[in-house]
Design a binder for this molecule. Structure first.
Ligand SMILES: Cc1ncc(COP(=O)(O)O)c(C=O)c1O
Length: 433
């Protein structure tokens, strides 16, 4: 099921008042639901040396990050802004896992400054590192050995990670530069709902660990199987069985330990699994339109939640606040206001007949939701609210404003360059005869 019954039971009775108080649209997150996910994941891997690094890109809100940090999660970051968010929520050193790609000098420098674990995505980047990380990892791309998925694509076409034939040289070079502590990372697929592909990634990383130990004498301290733990977006989707994932992972790691005498720590960097189902985008119907199709225009658009327009087959469940099944069903497109025809949250979906003023809940927006928002067409990103465990609702990000935010980067000190060798030219004025 999308949005948990528990979240729904707590949100529905207060939603009208929340919408009245804060105005729409907004993403609202369920603290209790997120903590329940953290708990489930920790319990599933309790028998292993295990650590979860929350993928900051999924929900880069400081209040949420602080809660997750307080409950023991590390932070997986891929940019300077995310590193700063991690620092602000109190994650330092090995509690930060830095996985960027096409990385700049400045990004590496920022990661090294916080003493993060640095996960290097390409062999050419080793000699561009502005220092030697205390703990260094490489991202592996298995190419034809694995299938990948529709979101990330085939590993053969993915821009991430080192090929198998580059790995040994990479580790050897890092050791030559002075690195002493190592790990290995791979993320092959996204939103995976069965345990098998995730276990295959763990098995693959363990086999590589064995090879690196035999051939280079390098003992990996950890393997990081990435994010990609799936959630059910559609009512018919299955939940990922993290308990079974934990059991399967334990079997693989214990067998590896018996065979080799080594037990690397297992890391995940799940984002979606932790916060995805604990968020909804609440938006109001502002126009009902009959064109060649029926349309409900809402006061949010894909600038606040891009997934349905960005990924093939992405689906977000939609429900009508206060619906008790009394309205007839109608096939409809639910749309925002962008001048783009893919600005749609639902296409030809059967929903209770929608009316102007209705509140709609767009489910599972707690990960890669507002985080992927943008400003095209001068559309501003909405606010974020948090439904606390005690039932209170707190503003945790204000809505953007035109002058304060959209215009912010248009206010700057004048800076004009006349390139060397160029002399001031007469401005070209159109000749009018
Ligand atoms: C390197 C990396 N790690 C972790 C994640 C988190 O993925 P998810 O939120 O699906 O768990 C992503 C997602 O894009 C990623 O690129």
């Amino acid at each position: 099921m999308p949005m948990s019954e528990h979240f729904e039971r707590r949100l529905e009775p207060i939603l009208a008042e929340v919408a009245e108080h804060f105005g729409t649209p907004f993403h609202i997150y369920d603290e209790q639901g997120m903590l329940a996910s953290v708990e489930r994941l920790s319990a599933a891997f309790a028998t292993l040396p295990f650590h979860e690094y929350f993928a900051v890109k999924a929900l880069p809100n400081l209040t949420v990050l602080r809660i997750l940090r307080e409950h023991g999660l590390g932070m997986e970051c891929s940019s300077i802004a995310e590193l700063e968010l991690a620092a602000d929520c109190g994650a330092r050193g090995e509690e930060v896992f830095f996985t960027s790609n096409n990385t700049t000098h400045a990004e590496f420098a920022a990661a090294l400054a916080t003493d993060a674990i640095v996960n290097v995505d390409d062999i050419t980047l080793i000699d561009k590192l502005p220092g030697v990380p205390s703990v260094c990892s490489f991202r592996f791309n298995p190419g034809p050995e694995r299938l990948g998925d529709r979101l990330i694509g085939s590993p053969m076409e993915a821009k991430f990670g080192l090929r198998r034939d580059q790995l040994q040289d990479a580790f050897a070079r890092m050791r030559e530069l002075g690195a002493e502590r190592f790990g290995l990372h791979a993320m092959i697929a996204s939103n995976v709902s069965t345990v098998q592909p995730l276990l295959a990634t763990i098995a693959m990383l363990l086999a590589l660990e064995d090879g690196l130990s035999r051939e280079l004498g390098i003992e990996l301290e950890f393997i990081n199987a990435g994010g990609g733990l799936g959630i059910p977006y559609r009512p018919t989707d299955h939940s990922l069985d993290v308990h079974a994932l934990g059991l399967g992972a334990a079997q693989l790691l214990k067998a590896h330990e018996e065979r080799t005498g080594r037990l690397p720590k297992l890391f995940f960097e799940a984002g979606r699994y932790i916060t995805g189902p604990s968020g909804v985008l609440v938006t109001r119907v502002i126009n009902r339109m009959s064109k060649w199709r029926e349309y409900a225009g809402v006061d949010a658009g894909i600038a606040a939640l891009l997934r349905t327009a960005f990924y093939p087959d992405a689906y977000h469940h939609l429900t009508l606040h206060g619906d008790h099944g009394e309205r007839p069903l109608q096939r409809i497109d639910v749309v925002g206001s962008l001048c783009e025809n893919n600005d749609k949250f639902a296409i030809q979906r059967e929903l209770p007949e929608l009316r102007v003023g209705d509140l709609l809940l767009i489910h599972d927006t707690g990960a890669h939701g507002l985080a992927m928002g943008f400003n095209y067409n001068g559309r501003l990103r909405p606010q974020e609210l948090l439904l606390r465990v005690d039932g209170s609702v707190e503003l945790i990000r204000r809505r953007e404003e035109v002058r304060r935010d959209y215009f912010a980067t248009l206010q700057f000190e004048p800076d004009v360059l006349m390139a060397a060798g160029e002399s001031a030219r007469e401005p070209i004025v159109a000749q009018v005869s």
